[in-house]
Design a protein. Sequence first.
Length: 220
Amino acid sequence: MCSVLQSVIIFLAKFVYHDLFFRLGAGKSSLLQALFRLVDQSAINGTILIDGIDIGCLSLDHLRSHLSVIPQVPILFCGTLRYNIDPFEQFLDEECLAALEAVQLKQLVRNHPDGLHLLVTESGTNLSAGERQLVCVARAILKRSHILIIDEATANVDHTTDRMIQEVIADKFRDRTILTIAHRLNTIANSNRILVLEQGEVAYFDVPNNIDLFQGYTEN
């Protein structure tokens, strides 16, 4: 692993909702960079295995095709709505509409004369905060990756949108492995297992049967 992470050995089961709980500076960025191979492999002292396969032996395209991320700050580009959820034009219009319907954005398309080709400005500034995040969720639904990483995806949305995103994830990704990056205890309720990282080391990795244990790790 990167030098920020120390002796991190984690076995993640398939089709399980994992929560990765971090304090600031605990190694979240390093872990994500290593998982997506965003850092030079020569700078990593360790191995990440997915299904027993060293990700360092995979092509970047193959590795990243199996990973999706819903970030805390939505990443949207200047272009059509369709481009933002299907940038490589891999899916039919009907599939794009189904993904948007799953996140309750189909009406946005129907109400616009350009439909799927409505223009999204850089960073999605012509959409609400909730709509921007829902576009990212729709993109992940379309991609159908084996592993979904959720990085505090509901931190900047209202309670109604938060609840809907949680329900959509529980429904559409129930047969996927989910890793949720969390800094607050109220985001871990649905997790099957919890990993706590502190100062780059594993402090806890087990079922969430003792919530009191995590009080010292919160930022609240």
